[in-house]
Design a protein around this ligand. Structure first.
Ligand SMILES: Nc1ncnc2c1ncn2[C@@H]1O[C@H](COP(=O)(O)OP(=O)(O)OP(=O)(O)O)[C@@H](O)[C@H]1O
Ligand SMILES: [Mg+2]
Length: 292
């Protein structure tokens, strides 16, 4: 039986029947990267993989996009290639190039070609950053043709069933020039990630940082207050990643106020007035801490 068939048959896809905690024990038993779902994204990803559809994940920084893809790749038993896209990343970087060594020229596969050949999962992180010529490569691969043309070799590869293209971006960083074209966006099954709801975020923070529940709960409450704050020049509010950092430092013995300043406040802004305003919320959350 294939990996997929095993999952489908295990009843695991009935996420509504399984609490986050049970799922976590289940994942740990299988040694998967730990991931607590925000909704039905796990089931949707498994379906997309079965139907050979590419997936686009959008969401703010530190909300679990990378962890989710790592978890899904392990769950499907597929190798994962991750490419951090940047404004110089070209189609050639993805596909491959001829290189020269002492014995002459040879072809070197780029990560996309390797992933297609191996039936792996390729994850293009911050895909909107990549150069526009990459869309020429991604379009035939992300629609029903599932083809990768390698012009320089005069070859076209047909992606095997297990191959999957996953891309992500942060809508908060988008500008008009860099936005994705509708013809690209409409080739993907799109999943929107946000901050997890408080109870779930508490479980994530406690589990990731090895912190006790009370510490995690209090930090999530503080994060909720920080995220509500509007009238300040904060590009993006506090992420789950930063809460995990903070809980880790507190568990390691740091004073909550110092830990919050270094992980929940300073990373958000350089403006001292904004720091002071955010620290008022921290002090309200930890009223009995030494403020000297
Ligand atoms: N649902 C989740 N389950 C388990 N851990 C999570 C979850 N969401 C966030 N985390 C924790 O938050 C950290 C940051 O998540 P991750 O690196 O996946 O964010 P991201 O969305 O990829 O961010 P970026 O856009 O900055 O790359 C993880 O290392 C993990 O500790
Ligand atoms: Mg990431």
């Amino acid at each position: 039986m294939t990996e997929q068939a095993r999952y489908a048959g295990s009843g695991e896809s009935r996420g509504d029947l399984m609490t986050a905690v049970k799922r976590e024990q289940f994942d740990a038993a299988r040694d998967l990267p730990r991931y607590l779902p925000q909704g039905t994204e796990v089931e949707m990803f498994l379906r997309a993989h079965r139907r050979r559809l590419p997936v686009l994940i959008k969401g703010p920084t530190g909300c679990g996009k990378t962890r989710f893809v790592e978890h899904m790749a392990a769950r499907l038993g597929r190798p994962l290639y991750t490419v951090a896209c940047h404004d110089d990343l070209s189609a050639t970087d993805l596909i491959g190039r001829h290189l020269i060594d002492g014995s002459g020229t040879y072809w070197s596969d780029g990560p996309l070609t390797r992933a297609v050949r191996e039936g792996a999962i390729i994850y293009l992180d911050e895909v909107v950053e990549a150069r526009k010529d990459t869309t020429v490569v991604l379009h035939p691969l992300s629609d029903d043709r599932r083809m990768l043309p390698i012009e320089r070799l005069g070859q076209t590869l047909k992606a095997p069933a297990d191959f999957m293209l996953v891309v992500s971006y942060n809508p908060g960083y988008q500008n008009l020039l860099k936005g994705m074209k509708p013809s690209t966006r409409q080739r993907f099954v799109s999943l929107r990630f946000g901050f997890p709801e408080p109870m779930l975020e508490g479980q994530i923070v406690a589990g990731e940082a090895g912190a006790d529940e009370a510490t995690a709960e209090r930090l999530v409450q503080l994060a909720t207050a920080l995220r509500r704050l509007k009238d300040y020049d904060i590009e993006e509010s506090v992420s789950t990643r930063l809460l995990v950092y903070c809980a880790g430092l507190i568990t390691d013995g740091a004073s909550p106020r110092e830990a919050c300043l270094s992980t929940l406040v300073e990373p958000l802004t350089d403006d001292e007035e904004t720091v002071a305003a955010l620290m008022e919320l921290v002090d309200a959350a930890y009223p009995h801490t030494d403020h000297s």
